[in-house]
Ligand binder design. Sequence first.
Ligand SMILES: *[C@@H]1O[C@H](CO)[C@@H](O)[C@H](O)[C@H]1NC(C)=O
Ligand SMILES: *[C@@H]1O[C@H](CO)[C@@H](O)[C@H](O)[C@H]1NC(C)=O
Length: 222
Amino acid sequence: MRPFFAILLSALFAFIASAAPAPAATPVRPPSGTPKINKVAVDDPDVDTEGSGCRAGTVGVAFATDNSALTLIFDDFAAGVGPNSGTLRKRAFCRVNVTMSSPGWAFDVSSVDFRSYVKIAKGVEASIVSRWKWIDGKGVDMKGKGNVKKVLTGPFEDDFLLHKDGELSDSDQSVCSKASAMFQLSLSVTLTPSSSSQSGIVAGDSADVGVGELLNLSWRKC
Ligand SMILES: *[C@@H]1O[C@H](CO)[C@@H](O)[C@H](O)[C@H]1NC(C)=O
Ligand SMILES: *[C@@H]1O[C@H](CO)[C@@H](O)[C@H](O)[C@H]1NC(C)=O
């Protein structure tokens, strides 16, 4: 599954990398292969007749080869309303716990790029929210978190890209405390039509790639 997601991810976000300006100084990053994803656990606490979640095995999480980014692909994540929405529901929610190891290194999320496909008719609103944070071994939220959110109003039909900066730690000590923490990211999409005949969908992009997020990482040696 890794290589499959890796190919999707590199295709999906290649244009972002090529558009990024050359960094002023060479960023400090762990050598390729040092940070590893040990476990990806997903849960969908809000699943009901109005909402759907994500299932184990449908979320791909991977570090970029040069460790500049962490990418998440939600392979089976979509919300839909209206006559042609089939089995889709108006809300989709997915929460991902990522356990990783990066001996001697820790990171902050310096920015996030969210990407999906959105097609909503006039009168339909699509709300997209993603949040991330770190949770320590005792289950307590740590400092440093972030979110990206947007409400789109129909008519809208396009691949949708959203960029947002993260919250950087103030000291080496504070970023290094995250080295052994669990990283958690949630994604939710809600469609609100003003009448039941209006259609809308939020899903993977028009190239049929899953909904994706690319987190740009800022590393520290600990
Ligand atoms: C994810 O982490 C939260 C907070 O520690 C926990 O409540 C939840 O059960 C975890 N979910 C999975 C699927 O492990
Ligand atoms: C990633 O972050 C670095 C510095 O933190 C910045 O120079 C670069 O433009 C960012 N890249 C993207 C794709 O946001």
